[in-house]
Design a protein around this ligand. Structure first.
Ligand code: SAH
Length: 245
């Protein structure tokens, strides 16, 4: 008998921010494959076998092919498998790759969306990604450095765009340079949001000009996203989260 695979979004960190459907899938699972989550407590009380397939400090993550193979192996053994991924599985979460592989093996699956940190992270910092009269669109871009060292997909400056940079911590100097090249004003506001929705949430408000210096000064860690946009100024009035979860 073939099992079933649920790709489940864990949400941005706080375990309360998983969907009802995602939680049900976890509770019914025989085995959970997970990687780097902001809050491991999401898996507390889950009576399934837990298999870590992510990058622990000093260890390499399992190559994608091995994760694909492991998923199928578990499902073909008749198990209910949850593939648990941070945020929403489709936002830089490779769910497409994994699901394509699973589909090619004829294994039934579902994909349960999650709350993505690219939207919830800013909001927990008091920053809505759109706001009437201030931002009428938002763009989510990876700031992960590609092997080919090509540019990030940062669009030309538009004062009504909110730009969210994901995987932003390791490449600040590179994207700062690119923001300036794309016409971002030196004093354009940026917020660096780290470990959003968890008790370790940290928010540093800075500018294009000062972002490198301030990230060092405030010891900004990971995971971090950067929000560049005039909506950052709303934080002064909308900051609501006090770090209690
Ligand atoms: N699928 C995830 C994103 C995976 S890419 C989602 O939808 O949220 C990993 C990047 O997400 C991190 O480098 C960081 O930029 C961002 N990220 C994830 N969780 C975060 C959090 N709690 N606080 C801030 N950034 C976070």
């Amino acid at each position: 008998m073939t099992g079933f695979i649920s790709f489940v979004g864990a949400g941005p960190g706080d375990p309360d921010l998983i969907t009802v459907r995602g939680l049900r899938a976890l509770q019914n699972a025989d085995v959970v494959l997970y990687d780097n989550l902001v809050e491991l407590s999401a898996l507390e009380g889950i009576h399934a076998e837990l298999i870590y397939v992510g990058k622990a400090s000093g260890h390499h993550s399992l190559p994608q092919e091995e994760i694909n193979a492991l998923l199928c192996e578990q499902a073909l053994a008749g198990k209910r498998v949850v593939r648990f991924k941070g945020g929403d599985p489709s936002v830089f979460g490779r769910v497409g790759e994994e699901a394509l592989y699973v589909a090619s093996k004829g294994i039934p699956f579902e994909i349960v969306p999650g709350i993505t940190s690219s939207i919830a992270g800013p909001m927990y910092a008091g920053i809505p990604v759109t706001h009437r009269g201030i931002a009428d669109n938002f763009v989510v871009v990876t700031a992960h450095r590609n092997m080919d060292e090509s540019e990030f997909s940062i669009p030309v400056f538009n004062s009504k765009t909110t730009l969210v940079l994901m995987m932003a911590r390791g490449t600040i100097e590179l994207w700062q340079k690119q923001l300036l090249e794309k016409g971002y004003p030196k004093h354009h506001p940026i917020a660096l949001v780290t470990s959003a929705t968890s008790s370790k949430q940290q928010v540093v408000v800075t500018t294009v000009e000062n972002v490198v210096k301030d990230a060092e000064f405030y010891n900004v860690g990971m995971p971090t996203l950067a929000v560049a946009g005039n909506v950052v100024t709303l934080r002064e009035k909308l900051q609501w989260f006090k770090g209690e979860v």
